[in-house]
Ligand binder design. Structure first.
Ligand code: ZN
Length: 158
């Protein structure tokens, strides 16, 4: 069986919320991508409900791109505790944590309404009925109140 980095992580040792640099990889043509574990809630202690997680995913697709160039993907973990983020080029956990924090602040703000959530029409989404902006905002506020650490094992909140 192939070794998968995220399954080597001891999920009982981490302290969420955090941004963890998983690593950088160079492709055969020399292009570099960087992977991050963006963990919003404590593994095996909490999990974001699917509708809220889904709306966070859609919202972050544009909120992150408004703040940083080179995002390839921001996808939820099946365990519903956070997201996997893939970027073109090299980036630090600090840089990404600041982008995530600022994005969640906008998502949680009163100014951010349904009109700001992209891709939620039936023809744009595979499960358009399963969204909760209320849940997305409440989880964003909780994550922000706890602070986002740039280290998975030690609280280094930005
Ligand atoms: Zn969708």
């Amino acid at each position: 069986m192939a070794e998968v980095e995220s399954f080597q992580l001891d999920h009982t040792k981490v302290l969420a919320p955090y941004v963890r640099l998983i690593g950088s990889e160079t492709g055969p043509k020399g292009d570099v991508i960087t992977n991050f574990d963006v963990r919003f809630v404590q593994p095996n202690a909490n999990a974001i409900g699917m509708a809220a997680l889904h709306t966070i995913e859609h919202s972050m697709a544009s909120l992150i791109r408004d703040r940083i160039d080179g995002m390839i993907d921001f996808s939820p973990f099946g365990c519903q505790t956070g997201f996997h983020m893939i970027m073109w080029g090299k980036h630090s956990s600090e840089e990404i944590a600041k982008v995530i924090k600022s994005s969640l602040e906008e998502l949680a703000s009163d100014a951010f309404g349904w009109d700001n959530v992209p891709g939620v029409a039936e023809k744009e989404c595979g499960n358009y009925r399963n969204h909760s902006l209320f849940g997305a905002k409440e989880w964003s506020k909780k994550i922000l109140s706890e602070g986002i650490s740039t280290d998975p094992y030690e609280r280094k909140v930005i």
